[in-house]
Write a protein that binds this ligand. Structure first.
Ligand SMILES: [Mg+2]
Length: 125
């Protein structure tokens, strides 16, 4: 059975246990307000897990001259999975389906490929 992005997202969210952070703000008229910011925790987690991947690559460069072992791959795959989890949670907090995000990315790349702008910089090329 193939695991789809949306299946993964649904199952990942069933394991989500994290604080729903928010901000206490004061509006223009001085009235205090609470703004729920459920995206903060998974956004921080995604950055953290990405950093864990990079830390492994750094140590592979430092200690193994860049040679990645099967053991390294297994460890990196676990960190990539952790990234996936936080990405799923972040999509959930933003009311986005992972499949739509993935399809949108492929569409963007296909458009750039067709227009010969895969290389270069800028989000909107
Ligand atoms: Mg991790």
């Amino acid at each position: 059975m193939t695991l789809t992005f949306d299946d993964y997202q649904k199952r990942a969210i069933e394991t989500a246990v994290y604080p729903k952070a928010g901000l206490n703000v004061v509006q223009w008229d001085g009235i205090p307000d609470f703004v729920p910011c459920g995206f903060i925790y998974p956004a921080l987690g995604l950055a953290g897990e990405s950093g864990e991947c990079l830390e492994k690559f750094k140590k592979i460069l430092r200690d193994k001259n860049g040679h990645i072992s099967e053991e390294d791959k297994i460890a990196i795959a676990k960190e990539l999975g952790d990234c996936f989890w936080y990405l799923a949670a972040l999509c959930h907090e933003l009311n986005l389906n992972m499949s739509s995000v993935a399809q949108g990315n492929l569409d963007k790349l296909a458009s750039r490929q067709a227009r010969g702008t895969l290389s270069g910089s800028g989000d909107n090329r």
